[in-house]
Design a binder for this molecule. Structure first.
Ligand code: C5P
Ligand code: C5P
Ligand code: C5P
Ligand code: ZN
Length: 471
């Protein structure tokens, strides 16, 4: 089996974790509340189920010392952490040492200082956890090692949704270990990767909306311009309507798609959109081939947003059920949550546009108070940084109230800043700890929770550390 391990560097760690899980009578599976965390849980839960290992699944917004202590209080001897655990390992190991439980960790975040025997994390083997393997990918590597009655390669589809949900397809496609998982999914017949227009909503959005809301590459007269988008489509030699209704991208033939895409690129060039941005209009689309055409579930990017719409609103159970195959009640509930999530994202972006950011020497920031839910303030910050309107050359810190005593902060940077030395996981951990909070994450996207009165001190410290990193 190890000969066909999807990520050979992780094969030994995966085998050790799998063996430990097989030895357990019962497992508590704890995972993170976002698209990657949900798909991690779905992959791990399916694999445990297939290996006939009894388990229960719980989701946590953030795994802090208090949550870990609560987990230690439960009766479970074995706890599988997915999409978190590495960053909190310093808080987990003391519980292990006093015999509360054995941790098994499948994660991709920056690890803390302690270590433990059953720890599967790409960063421990020189693989980038921010761009080459997601939490769901780590869970998939574990699932392959667990193999129950099959080889679990069909679960690659969920690992890909997780990677896309964590935006690991930054320059248009998945790389490294993620690409190996795509190959598994293709071989298993559950995934197809194809070059296509890199715009969100190809399965479900009517064409004018698809173009109007495609904000990652701004095309004057089309982006954020409903009439402009309609006029553009009406000017093409393609019938974009059927029976009076707008067609969607999936409804077009390959030739029609080619026509629309070329016209769009031509329009972008004519409007002076820079060449590197024009390249971003095209990328690899990951299609889940077993799902019905024209649904959110067929496209990895739309699927991941559907999952965020559940998990980030305390309905991780709904998203998990959809991942596990519920196409009935759970899917209906998820779609309702999605409408709400979309509205919140668009209101959040509007807020940032109207309020702007406060600029320090090396960072910029805004405080949404209660205007943006703290579980999505990071998504809003990332979209604002990517979609223009604010200076993309400085990392953004986005604050929102978490409780009466605490503030959540999400930090987002860019690939260009990371190449210059930016590491937001270090910034978030050190700046938050300096004011009595805690945080972590990835080089390009990280977060923290800090006491309410410490925002200013936190910004000053974060600004100083970013200055050091970029200097
Ligand atoms: O928990 P964590 O791994 O899930 O989340 C990663 C976060 O980082 C996601 O919200 C994702 O959108 C964000 N990200 C980003 N830019 C990247 C890579 C990830 O904003 N280039
Ligand atoms: O919600 P999620 O983090 O998965 O969103 C990933 C990307 O999908 C966003 O950065 C945005 O470009 C796009 N998106 C969108 N419209 C939505 C939701 C997401 O364009 N309603
Ligand atoms: O919450 P947000 O989307 O901003 O999180 C960005 C990244 O930072 C995620 O990978 C998340 O797991 C991580 N994070 C963390 N510790 C925190 C908050 C966020 O490691 N306290
Ligand atoms: Zn993740």
């Amino acid at each position: 089996m190890s000969a066909s391990a999807p990520v050979p560097e992780l094969a030994d760690r995966a085998a050790a974790c799998a063996e430990r899980l097989r030895a357990a009578d019962e497992v508590l599976l704890a995972s993170h509340i976002d698209a990657d965390g949900l798909t991690s849980a779905a992959v791990a839960s399916s694999a445990l189920e297939r290996a006939a290992i009894p388990h229960e699944v719980v989701f946590e917004k953030q795994l802090d010392a208090e949550r870990i202590a609560a987990i230690a209080e439960t009766e479970y001897d074995t706890v599988l952490f997915t999409d978190f655990g590495s960053g909190q390992i310093d808080d987990i190991v003391p519980h292990e040492e006093r015999g509360a439980f054995t941790p098994v960790i499948a994660d991709h975040h920056q690890p803390g200082d302690a270590d433990t025997e059953f720890h599967l994390n790409p960063l421990l083997e020189g693989i980038d956890g921010g761009s080459e393997l997601s939490g769901a990918g780590a869970a998939y590597v574990l699932a392959r090692a667990l193999e129950g009655d099959g080889d679990n390669r069909d679960l690659a589809r969920l690992a890909i949704v997780g990677a896309v949900g964590d935006m690991q397809d930054q320059d248009g496609e998945l790389h490294g270990a993620n690409a190996a998982i795509v190959d598994d999914g293709v071989a298993a017949g559950v995934v197809e990767g194809g070059t296509d227009l890199a715009v969100y909503g190809k399965q479900t959005r009517p064409l004018p909306k698809l173009l109007e809301y495609a904000s990652d590459v701004q095309i004057p007269g089309v982006t954020n311009d409903h009439n402009g988008a309609v006029a553009f489509l009406d000017g093409l030699d393609v019938d974009c309507r059927a029976d009076g209704e707008w067609r969607r991208w999936v409804d077009l033939t390959a030739d029609e798609r080619q026509t629309v895409a070329s016209a769009l690129v031509k329009r972008a060039v004519a409007s002076g959109v820079p060449a590197d941005r024009i390249d971003d209009l095209v990328g690899t689309t990951y299609t889940l081939t077993a799902e019905p055409e024209g649904t959110e579930l067929r496209d990895a990017s739309e699927f991941s947003t559907l999952l965020n719409a559940t998990a980030r609103y305390e309905r991780g159970d709904v998203g998990l059920a959809v991942c596990l195959g519920d196409r009935d009640e759970a899917l209906t509930a998820a779609r309702t949550l999605l409408r709400n999530h979309r509205r919140n994202l668009s209101e959040g972006l509007e807020f940032v546009k109207n309020e702007g950011t406060t600029t320090e020497e090396h960072v910029q920031w805004f405080h949404a108070d209660d205007r943006i839910r703290e579980t999505i303030v990071g998504i809003v910050a990332g979209m604002a940084l990517g979609a223009g309107g604010i200076d993309p050359r400085k990392p953004i810190l986005a604050f929102a109230n978490e409780s009466d005593t605490e503030v959540k902060v999400s930090a987002r940077g860019s690939g260009a800043l990371v190449r210059k030395g930016l590491d937001l996981s270090v910034v978030m951990r050190e700046a938050s700890q300096s004011v009595g909070g805690d945080g972590g994450g990835h080089v390009v996207a990280a977060g923290a929770t800090i006491p309410r009165g410490e925002v200013e001190a936190f910004v000053a410290e974060a600004d100083r550390i970013v200055g050091e990193q970029l200097g």
